[in-house]
Write a protein that binds this ligand. Structure first.
Ligand code: AMP
Ligand code: MG
Length: 349
C-alpha cells in the first residue's frame, strides 16, 4: 500500500492537508496522527471494517480494545451513562491525557471495544488530532502507531519506521508532549480504578474521588492465572529488541549494582546499554550510556523514555540496564512502562 506522508506545522495548520486525511478516514482508511500522549493510528471508530484495518496494520490481537478519540464534549451518543465523577474528570482534565472507561452505546461496534460492553474514550489535547476528528465527522479509534509490542512512537520518524506501507496516510506534527499513553480510569466501578497510570496521576484524581486506586496488576508482576480487567493488560509491551532489566533502589547502590552487572556482561563478551539520568550518566564504566534527562524533571524522563528504548534497536545491544524511579506522581507511569518493557525483570540494588 502506498502511504502518503505530510508533516504539518502545528502553529499554522494547513487545513487542506487535514481535509485530505479526514477524507481517508471517511472512506474507511487508516491515518497516523499526533496526539499529546503518543502518535495514534486512527480509523472511524463507528466503522467495523475500518477498525479492523487498525488491528491488521499493527498486528494487534483482536481481543485488545481500542480507545476512541472525540473532538468535542458531547460523548452521549457513544455511552449509556456518564457518572458524576466521570463528568468531573472531563470538566477538569479534557482535552487531555486521560481516558474514561464507560458503558458503551449500541453505536460503538464490538470490533472497537473487543467485544466488551464498555468503551474507552478521551479528547486529545492536540490541534491536529482535534481538527482531524472534527473534519472526519466521527470519533476516531486509535491505539499507538507502532507495530504491536514495540515502544510507542513519540515522533513521526518512529511511525514511518513502523507503519510506512501499511497505512493510507501519516500526518506528522511535533514530538509528543507527554510521551507516555493516557491514564485509563475505569468509571464503571465504585470507587473508580486506574487501569493504566499516565500524566493524570492517582494523586491528582484523589481530589475527585478519595478512594480511587490503582489496579494491583499495574505495579506488580501478574500471577500465572491473572485474569485482566482489560485484555490489553496481559500483553508484553513497549519492548525494544534487547531484553531490559530494571535496577531499583537507593541511587548510590543502583549505580554500584549496574556497574557490577555491566562488568560481568562485558567479561562474557556482551554489549550492554545503560539507561541513566543526567545526574548519574558520568558514573558508569560502559560504552553506551543514554540519559533520559534530569531526575528532578519527571516530565522530561517520561517524554524521552520510548525514544530512548527504541534507540537501542540499531546499536546491536545484547542487554539494557535501566535505573528505577520512585513510584509516585508521574513516576508511577514511568515505572509501569519500564516494568512492562522489562517483562517485570527487576533487580533490587
Ligand atoms: P492502546 O494500546 O494505547 O490503544 O491502549 C488501549 C488500552 O486501553 C487497552 O490495551 C486496554 O487496556 C484499555 N482499554 C481500552 N478499552 C477498554 C475497555 N473498554 N475496558 C478496559 N480497558 C480498555
Ligand atoms: Mg499501544
Amino acid at each position: 500500500m502506498e502511504t502518503k506522508v505530510a508533516i504539518l506545522n502545528e502553529q499554522k495548520l494547513d487545513k487542506n492537508i487535514i481535509e485530505e486525511a479526514a477524507q481517508v478516514i471517511k472512506k474507511g482508511g487508516v491515518v497516523v496522527f499526533p496526539t499529546e500522549t503518543v502518535y495514534g493510528l486512527g480509523a472511524n471508530a463507528l466503522d467495523e471494517e475500518a477498525v479492523k484495518k487498525i488491528f491488521v496494520a499493527k498486528g494487534r490481537p483482536q481481543d485488545n480494545p481500542l480507545i476512541i478519540h472525540v473532538g468535542d464534549f458531547n460523548i452521549s451518543p457513544y455511552v449509556k451513562t456518564v457518572p458524576t465523577v466521570a463528568k468531573e474528570i472531563i470538566k477538569r482534565y479534557w482535552p487531555g491525557p486521560i481516558t474514561l472507561i464507560l458503558e458503551k452505546s449500541e453505536l460503538v461496534p464490538m470490533m472497537t471495544s473487543a467485544k466488551l460492553s464498555t468503551v474507552g474514550i478521551r479528547m486529545p489535547a492536540n490541534d491536529i488530532a482535534i481538527e482531524l476528528i472534527r473534519a472526519a465527522g466521527a470519533p476516531i479509534a486509535a491505539p499507538s502507531a507502532n507495530i504491536s509490542g514495540r515502544p510507542s512512537p513519540t515522533d513521526v520518524e518512529s511511525c514511518i519506521e513502523d507503519l510506512n506501507g501499511k497505512v493510507d496516510y501519516i500526518l506528522g506534527g511535533e514530538n509528543s508532549e507527554v510521551g507516555l499513553e493516557s491514564t485509563i480510569v475505569d468509571c464503571t466501578v465504585n470507587p473508580i480504578c486506574i487501569l493504566r497510570p499516565g500524566a493524570i496521576t492517582v494523586e491528582m484524581l484523589r481530589e475527585l474521588d478519595e478512594n480511587v486506586y490503582i489496579d494491583p496488576s499495574v505495579l506488580t508482576k501478574p500471577q500465572e492465572d491473572f485474569k485482566p480487567k482489560a485484555p490489553g493488560m496481559k500483553y508484553r509491551h513497549y519492548a525494544p529488541k534487547a531484553p531490559v532489566k530494571i535496577i531499583n533502589g537507593d541511587i548510590e547502590k543502583t549505580i554500584a549494582k549496574i556497574n557490577e552487572i555491566v562488568l560481568n556482561y562485558i567479561e562474557h563478551g556482551k554489549k550492554v546499554g545503560v539507561i541513566a539520568t543526567d545526574e548519574t550518566k558520568e558514573r558508569y564504566n560502559n560504552d553506551v550510556v543514554i540519559s533520559l534527562g534530569s531526575r528532578a524533571n519527571l516530565s522530561q524522563i517520561g517524554k524521552n523514555l520510548f525514544k530512548v528504548l527504541r534507540s537501542f534497536d540499531t546499536m546491536n545491544i545484547d542487554v539494557i540496564l535501566c535505573e528505577g524511579f520512585n513510584e509516585q506522581d508521574f513516576g508511577t507511569a514511568i515505572m509501569n512502562r519500564l516494568k512492562k518493557s522489562a517483562g517485570f525483570d527487576i533487580i533490587e540494588a
